[in-house]
Structures are given as C-alpha cells and as structure tokens.
Design a protein around this ligand. Structure first.
Ligand code: ATP
Ligand code: MG
Ligand code: MG
Length: 266
C-alpha cells in the first residue's frame, strides 16, 4: 500500500509511540529497505511535539556512528512530518532478553560495551539521549548494536527548559523526579537500569512503590542475587549506575567502558 509519501512504499508497522509510528518501507528510488518514522498529523500544530521531532532529526543527523541508527532523510510532505532511517534487521533488547536469557547473559557485556560506544559518541557531541531503555536499543543480525529513538535527546548546552517527565519511570534517574535537569549521568543510570532488566528479567524496583528508587543509596537488590548466572563483577557494574547521587555513578561513559573492558567480554 502507498503511504502518504511517493518515494517510500510502506511494508509493515514496526512500532508506535505517543508521537507517531515507525514503518518498515522501501525507498523506491534507491531500492533499499528503510525505517520510516512519521508524526501523527494531529500533532502537527503542537509546538512541543514539533520541537522534540526537530531535535530528534538534528541529533541523529549529527551523529554518524556505527552504534547509532543512521538518518537518511527527513522532511514534511502532504501534511506529514517524517524521517527516514537505516532499517535495522534484528531485535530490540527487551525481545532479545525474552528469547534466550542464558545466551544473552554471556554476550551481555559485549552488547553493553557497544551500546556505550554509541552513547559515548553522543555525549562527546554534547547530546544527552534521555530515553535509554531496552526498546530503544537494537541488535542486528551481525550482532551490531544500534541506539535508536533520540526523540527526547537534548543538547547539554540547550538552556531551553522543557522539564517535563516524558521518559519511562523504570529507566529514569531519580533526580529527574525531583525536577533536576538531565545530565550525562542520567543516561548512565538508564544504561544500568536497562542492563539490570536484561540480566535479571525483573524490574529493579517494585513499580507500585515510587519511593523505592530513593531508599538507601538508591541501590536495588543486586542482580546476581536475583539471577545467580550473573557474574558478580557484572552485577557490581550494574549496581554502580544506580547511585542516588549522580557523582557516585560512573563519572562518564568512558569510565563505564573501561570497567566493561576489565570484566569481559568472554
Ligand atoms: P517511544 O517513544 O514510545 O519509545 P517512538 O515513537 O519514539 O517510541 P521509536 O522508539 O523510535 O519510536 O521506534 C519504535 C519501535 O520501532 C522501536 O522500539 C523498534 O522496535 C522499531 N524501530 C524504530 N526504528 C527502527 C529502525 N531504524 N529499524 C528497525 N526497527 C526500528
Ligand atoms: Mg522508543
Ligand atoms: Mg521516542
């Protein structure tokens, strides 16, 4: 079926979020598969939504890295804002976890390492992702990790305050609930929470208990106590990302990468 865009023929829906839908499509001009993200036309006049969409386009456009999804094209046609990305054939981390938990555990350090390389590149370019979570990270057929969905991304230098809680509570750093600004350390928290869920198959905190995130030093039950197959070194690495005080987490993605290097992959 024809979508609203001449050049891109929609094959199927890949996912939907609050602001739009993502489709697998074919670029009829270059004869290749692409991922087409389109904004809901009802949101065309929502300044905030347009701001986030514009930031997403600008962020991915400025980040040319093998662990970050590539942008091919973006625009507005027939009343529809769209962006065209590299089509990633593979699975988001949440689906990978469900499929083969044991196998995943072995390759988890390798996957995390690659995800951190992508995040490091964003951070080095002054961009905070702000929505790191399992559904926003994919692994393709050749085991290359791709960070997606820069829909909440922001330049760290951007003084424009849009301080709303848009992210997913499970993966959001506690300071954001207190109205603090996102920082590079808030992305590190989200990476820790992402790999906590991957390693244990469980949420770090009871969802119904909002204050659990703030208890003690913010540390959940250690991953290796929930899943004995998690090596203690990996368990400790995950836990360090959870500290209530952002200064007690890894200082930078570089530091997290160095730590991951020292414990694996094996
Ligand atoms: P939300 O904000 O609710 O997380 P979203 O509307 O911002 O979602 P994305 O996260 O960018 O949309 O994409 C939604 C889903 O579509 C992803 O979780 C993934 O499964 C799929 N998807 C997105 N981009 C691609 C891509 N380039 N290649 C393959 N699949 C993709
Ligand atoms: Mg998403
Ligand atoms: Mg999004």
């Amino acid at each position: 079926r024809d979508g609203p865009l001449h050049r891109y023929r929609i094959i199927k829906e890949l996912g939907k979020g609050g602001m739009g839908r993502v489709y697998k499509a074919v670029d009829s001009r270059l004869k290749r598969k692409v991922a087409l993200k389109m904004l809901h036309p009802e949101l065309n006049h929502e300044p905030k939504v347009l701001l986030f969409f514009k930031r997403e386009v600008q962020s991915i456009a400025s980040l040319n890295h093998s662990n970050i999804v590539q942008l091919y094209d973006a625009g507005m046609e027939k009343g529809c804002f769209y962006m065209v990305m590299e089509y990633v054939k593979g699975a988001t981390l949440d689906r990978l976890a469900l499929r083969q938990p044991d196998n995943l555990l072995r390759s988890m350090v390798a996957i995390w390492h690659q995800a951190c390389q992508g995040l490091k590149f964003a951070h080095d370019n002054g961009i905070i992702h702000r929505d790191i979570k399992p559904t926003n990270i994919m692994v393709n057929k050749s085991r290359t990790v791709k960070i997606l969905d820069f829909g909440l991304a922001k330049q760290v230098s951007d003084t424009n305050q849009t301080q709303q809680l848009w992210g997913t509570p499970t993966f959001m750093a506690p300071e954001l609930f207190l109205g603090d600004r996102a920082s590079f350390q808030t992305d590190i928290y989200s990476m820790g929470a992402t790999f906590y869920v991957l390693a244990t198959g469980e949420e770090p905190f009871d969802k119904g208990n909002a204050s659990a995130k703030f208890a003690g030093h913010g540390l959940p039950e250690p991953p290796h106590s929930k899943n004995p197959k998690v090596p203690e070194a990996l368990s400790d690495t995950i836990l360090k990302c959870f500290h209530l005080d952002p200064n007690n987490r890894y200082k930078s993605v570089d530091e997290l990468i160095a730590r991951l290097r020292s414990i694996g992959p094996r």
